[in-house]
Design a protein around this ligand. Structure first.
Ligand code: PRP
Ligand code: MN
Ligand code: MG
Length: 186
């Protein structure tokens, strides 16, 4: 079947764990962005669950925008080629921009977004990610704020997908290997 229990091997970060990350990061961002009226940029689609919880812990006036620069497509391995699928609506010139991500893996997506936004004249560009998969990094890019490091496991839920599915699982879990195998063998 394809219910949660059929595809999740084990829970890695519970609802409470994620809430604690949001509270801690929200406090830090409240301090660091006081008076800056930042533009918070959600990286579609994975960031939307984390973004809505994180920003509700930020007691600082900010504006919201979205950017979709998918590199993985519907697949589960990076193609390495990044394209702007849906661009920002806002002008980032002279703005303090905070990119929100669900996860930074190789770093290619984040580096592309940071370079794009810096190139348009932003005053500052930082990133707050829920998860930092440091072991997989292959470009030099700062993850300025993050909730937790994560090992090299295939995680889904709370925005993280497998074939564009399972984002709505309310916690972060490790996918059962056989679920991945089923698609690899096809
Ligand atoms: C995933 C994830 C990050 C990125 C991380 O997005 O949400 O944005 O990959 O990988 P990287 O550090 O190796 O670039 P994806 O491109 O799958 O799009 P999605 O957010 O719509 O799932
Ligand atoms: Mn993404
Ligand atoms: Mg994805």
């Amino acid at each position: 079947g394809d219910n949660i229990n059929d595809i999740i091997d084990h829970k890695l970060f519970s609802e409470d764990d994620i809430h604690e990350m949001c509270v801690r990061l929200g406090k830090q961002l409240t301090e660091d962005y006081a008076g800056k009226k930042p533009l918070v940029v959600g990286a579609l689609k994975g960031a939307i669950y984390f973004l809505t919880d994180l920003t509700r812990q930020m007691d600082v006036a900010h504006q919201l925008d979205f950017l979709d620069v998918s590199s993985y497509g519907d697949g589960f391995e990076s193609t390495g080629k990044i394209k702007v699928v849906t661009d920002l609506a806002a002008d980032v010139k002279d703005r303090d921009v905070l990119i929100v991500e669900d996860i930074v893996d190789t770093g290619l997506t984040l580096k592309f977004m940071k370079d794009l936004i810096k190139g348009r004249g932003a005053k500052s560009v930082k990133c707050c990610a829920m998860l930092n998969k440091e072991a997989r990094r292959n470009v030099d890019v700062d993850v300025d704020y993050y909730g937790s490091k994560v090992g090299n496991e295939f995680v889904v839920g709370y925005g993280l997908d497998f074939l564009n599915m399972y984002r709505n699982i309310p916690y972060v879990g490790v996918l059962k290997p056989e679920v991945i195998q089923k698609y690899v063998n096809k």
